[in-house]
Design a protein around this ligand. Sequence first.
Ligand SMILES: Cc1ncc(COP(=O)(O)O)c(C=O)c1O
Length: 464
Amino acid sequence: MKEHEKVYHLGTGKGYIEYTSGLNTRKSWELFQRAVKVIPGGASSHARCWSYLGVPYPINFVKGKGSKIWDADGNEYIDFCLAMGPLILGHGHPEIMKAVKDQLDRGLTMHAGTDELEVKVAEKIVQMCPHIDMVRFSNTGTEATLYAIRFARAYTGKDKIVLFEGHYHGWHDYVMVSNIGAPALGPPWSPYRIPSTWGIPEDVIKTVIVLPWNDLEVLEKTINRRADEIAAVISEPVMMNVGCIPPKDGYLQEMQKICQQNDIVFILDEVITGFRLAPGGATEYYGLQPDLITYGKALGGGFPVSAIAGKKEIMENVIPGKIFHAGTYDANPIAMAASLATLTVLSANNYEAYKRLNKLAEMLKEGLEEAIEKTRIKAIYQSVGAAGGQLYFTELKEIKDYRDFLKVNQQKYPRYQMELMKRGVYVRPLQASHEFISVAHTEEDIVKHISASIEAIEAIKESL
Ligand SMILES: Cc1ncc(COP(=O)(O)O)c(C=O)c1O
């Protein structure tokens, strides 16, 4: 028996579980054994603790180029995870690599003054997103939503925020409520506020009003009753953190209108959709004018950059003596160099990159829908252009909110993921995740994904 065909059990100390039969991932297993001894869960983000998601251990990826990644055992995969969104130009895009190397050669410049790169990125954002007047930079999407909520509270003088059941806006206390694995309790029109982690003070949870998404009537009624308390409504434009759920027609536009009419700041969280769904993100795609927008992920092309952007009347208050915003690494030149290179490539030749992203996304959608039909399994694929998409193993015809999502048997997806890995296609082993496409992907990559999906579904069909 060859080494990679041996199957042992995790925890015996003798060997490794094969990731799936025929795929040798021994080095990943070995690293995981070391990792769990010194890092709780074996990784420094819950999003990467695979052993809690229904697969035995995370894969140790060691190299990426274009649309491909390689693991420590030399297996090659087409990457549809893309570091959970940032790698819109794929792995190691030459323009980003050059910009970062050039910046490094100038020294690790943390001048603690204004940097021209920071101004150039802000100018580029305003050019790509004409609905934006001003921008401040941070490092992560979480920081961006934290600040946007602060800016809104400071601007309106009100405390409460409305957020939607199942939406994810990062890990800070104000938004870790009724999402990421929290059960959906209470009547659908008035969900209970469930903390999504240990450690959130009761008083913080009381500042949040949780509503069902895609339900205009409930939103209208709540705002009509409680407008004097509500500083902001924060929403993902496409509900990406339970796969991919599009907004109902006109829903976001109405949300914006009700906010405007009631002195409530409308915050659109474009951490995933920003610079991905269109040059001006979901804001452009849906024809919106949010008061504040948060960006992250694709904005940095793989480097830690986030932004809080929006209308002048709010943003001009983000100055010393008024609303506080700071951070040692905010707008650090390495990340800004990567960001400028990313945005420059994305906007080249009249935004040609988006035509490509949309074409590939459409091809994937059609292919996976055909795969579902051909294999006759109970599943659906939901997507919104280049924002991303997800295949759900469900009998439902549509997933339109968090409660629908919780009806999906989420145990099935990790099995599908493992079969895809075996066939050289990498997606995250999580039904709540989604598939991303980069500019580096090719039509051939998509064709391979579709045929791998058909085979993967056939392999697990009996147990579905
Ligand atoms: C919509 C949305 N907002 C905010 C965040 C938080 O971003 P980060 O992980 O960079 O803190 C995420 C992360 O996935 C997200 O999907």
